[in-house]
Design a protein. Structure first.
Ligand code: SF4
Ligand code: SF4
Length: 166
């Protein structure tokens, strides 16, 4: 496990792991708490409250977010296909139903977020993120099974988090 964890590295690993298509946005412009998050500074300790439940950070330029904010039907259609919403969730395309406001949001939950087993599990455990969970390494949730490299990256992030906690 490397000593240093940084956001750029994490995002690179997430992208390499194919984990570009979860759902969310949490863009700094919509959630100012993120903009001032110490986690945005490389090598700072990850804060579970500022992460999505699985440990992911939605990229600021997420197309699904952009489609949702602008209520852009063409972009929603693109996101619908990219996120494989028909295949994975069995939902037909309807611009009213295809949106995503993020994983931790007061706004209505999009279908991808609503169906996420990791999100449900973290909430049931009363935690803010999987990096707080002692079962992370062995957890078999489908997200980790589908994106093993992302799983590794989150485990690495957990190491940083636990080391800082002491
Ligand atoms: S917890 Fe689930 S819905 Fe939230 S970012 Fe992770 S995969 Fe997406
Ligand atoms: S059991 Fe798995 S999905 Fe649930 S909180 Fe722990 S690591 Fe996350």
């Amino acid at each position: 496990m490397s000593k240093e964890f940084n956001r750029r590295d994490f995002l690179k690993k997430s992208t390499m792991a194919g984990f570009t298509g979860c759902a969310l946005l949490m863009a700094a412009r919509l959630n100012p708490a993120f903009a001032s998050s110490p986690f945005f500074n490389n090598d700072d300790v990850p804060d579970p409250k500022l992460l999505n439940y699985c440990g992911y950070k939605c990229p600021d330029d997420c197309e699904f977010l952009k489609a949702t904010v602008n209520d852009d039907v063409e972009l929603k259609k693109k996101a619908y296909e990219q996120w494989k919403i028909k295949e994975r969730h069995g939902v037909d395309f309807d611009p009213e139903k295809i949106f995503c406001w993020g994983c931790k949001t007061d706004k209505p939950l999009g279908v991808v977020v609503k169906n996420c087993t990791v999100r449900k599990c973290v909430i049931e455990k009363g935690m803010d993120s999987c990096i707080e969970c002692s079962d992370l390494k062995t957890c078999k949730k489908d997200l980790w099974e589908r994106f093993p490299k992302f799983h590794e990256a989150v485990i690495e992030m957990q190491g940083k988090y636990l080391a800082a906690k002491g």
